[in-house]
Write a new protein. Structure first.
Length: 103
């Protein structure tokens, strides 16, 4: 089994245990795509020359969501989260900094 296969399998196992059913709505569409997502609240981030700050982050498998862009929406447990910025792409998982999507 190659490293890529092992990494994809490890991501799938982690999401099967930590993930929650969610919907992903790409920007400029109304079609919701069912995904498994992990919402992490109040993650501390550091910025060069500044004080640390807290953000909320959604993580999904790249096999379910190939790309995350600003303006995409995740709906998790009845709450809507707007993507403020993509944060990480390992090739197996994608993470984005999100903010509550309040009407």
């Amino acid at each position: 089994m190659s490293f890529a296969d092992q990494a994809a399998k490890a991501a799938a196992v982690a999401f099967s245990r930590l993930g929650r059913p969610a919907s992903y709505i790409p920007r400029d569409t109304v079609t919701a795509i069912p995904v498994t997502a992990v919402l992490r609240r109040s993650i501390e981030r550091e910025q060069a020359g500044g004080d640390p700050y807290l953000v909320d982050e959604v993580t999904v498998q790249a096999s379910e969501v190939p790309q995350i862009t600003r303006g995409d929406i995740f709906e998790i447990n009845g709450e809507r989260w707007l993507v403020d910025a993509p944060a990480r792409n390992t090739g197996y998982i994608l993470s984005a900094i999100v903010i509550p999507d309040e009407p």
